[in-house]
Design a protein around this ligand. Structure first.
Ligand SMILES: NC(=O)c1ccc[n+]([C@@H]2O[C@H](COP(=O)([O-])OP(=O)(O)OC[C@H]3O[C@@H](n4cnc5c(N)ncnc54)[C@H](O)[C@@H]3O)[C@@H](O)[C@H]2O)c1
Length: 319
């Protein structure tokens, strides 16, 4: 079996590459390395550096490799960037995505698995509630709008060409290899900065100084398991991937600080445009087909903070 992972040098994509190799797949990772790193890609996988906006390059690679499955993880993945540069977001997340989708159809893939966003697509989730898949889609950012738009293209490709798809709406994913240098990925950013003795910024939920937005934090290993289940279980349509638990940013901050045994310097900042106040998912649909989050919040945060600590000890300057 052959699989293409777009964004395969990124955080989630590279873990997926590892899991597919473990299962005996021939794997090709595609990535333009805009936020991903070549060294994230296991040496047993093929790697092609390309920008998914380059339609010809995408088609050439698909025709040569002829994958059975596609896991489309490549994206402009920052909400804040999308608010500043909506055109860029659409170019990568819609037009680039369509290149991948059309190439997948051209070579007759068996299933297209898409990294969508449960963390952004539903808009605000009121206190004590969780979004199920049939919650109305209310994008607050161009990023969420384009992820939603691409889901509609998947549905249209299913209706017109019977291309099976699974859209996995991830909650806030965290874990080893997350890029700490961007604007997304609070666990990576906090760990990295605390380990360097740098101040951490706590963006408010409403008022400067409050505990920050509430998110559903899911460990990358659980997200990889959902991707594998998508092809092994032949899951059709849209599935949330989350824990159903909400945690404020401040809780993340103190959990990491405790693991790393540091006293962080906190800078309080106003809410960021496009960011939601509260987002928590209901993943009962995925749980009914056998998936469960394996790592608790505390254990996942502990493992991740310790991974970042080990990185800093190994490569004090660049990691
Ligand atoms: N991390 C999260 O919390 C989260 C939540 C919901 C959805 N997602 C989605 O999951 C996917 C993976 O996200 P991640 O957290 O691993 O982020 P990431 O930035 O580590 O991974 C994205 C990868 O895509 C690559 N890429 C970006 N633009 C590209 C282009 N034009 N052509 C080719 N490659 C390109 C980047 O270099 C990077 O390696 C994304 O689609 C993201 O939107 C992530």
């Amino acid at each position: 079996m052959r699989a293409i992972v777009t964004g395969g040098a990124g955080f989630i994509g590279s873990h997926l590459v590892d899991a597919l190799l473990d299962r005996g797949f021939e794997v090709m990772a595609l990535d333009d390395l805009s936020s991903g790193r070549r060294e994230n890609v296991a040496p047993q996988a093929e790697f092609v550096a390309l920008d998914i906006r380059d339609r010809k390059a995408v088609f050439d690679v698909f025709k040569a490799f002829r994958p059975d499955f596609v896991f489309h993880q490549a994206a402009q993945a920052s909400v804040s960037v999308s608010v500043r540069e909506p055109y860029l977001d659409a170019e990568v997340n819609l037009m680039g995505g369509l290149n991948v989708l059309e190439a997948a159809r051209e070579v007759g893939v068996r299933r297209f698995v898409f990294a969508s966003t449960g963390g952004a697509i539903y808009g605000e989730i009121p206190e004590d509630q969780r979004a199920t898949e049939d919650w109305p889609v209310r994008p607050k950012s161009p990023y969420a709008a384009d992820k939603a738009g691409f889901e509609y293209h998947l549905e249209a490709f299913w209706q017109n060409f019977q291309l099976p798809y699974t859209s996995l709406r991830y909650a806030n994913v965290y874990g080893p290899r997350q890029n700490p240098h961007g604007e997304a990925g609070v666990v990576a950013i906090f760990s990295h900065r605390m380990l360097r003795g740098e101040p951490v910024v706590l963006f408010a939920r409403e008022e400067v100084g409050d505990p920050g937005g509430v998110r559903d934090y899911i460990h990358v290993s659980d997200v990889v398991a959902a991707n594998l289940l998508a092809i092994e279980g032949g899951l059709d349509g849209v599935y949330n991937v989350g824990t159903g638990e909400g945690h404020a940013t401040e809780e993340v901050l103190w959990t990491i600080a405790q693991v790393l045994e540091v006293k962080p310097e906190i800078r309080f900042a106003p809410p960021r445009p496009g960011d939601l106040q509260r987002s928590v998912l209901d993943a009962a649909k995925l749980e009914r087909v056998g998936w469960r989050p394996r790592l608790s919040f505390d254990e996942g945060m502990r493992q991740t903070a310790l991974w970042f600590q080990a990185q800093v000890l190994e490569r004090p300057r660049d990691s």
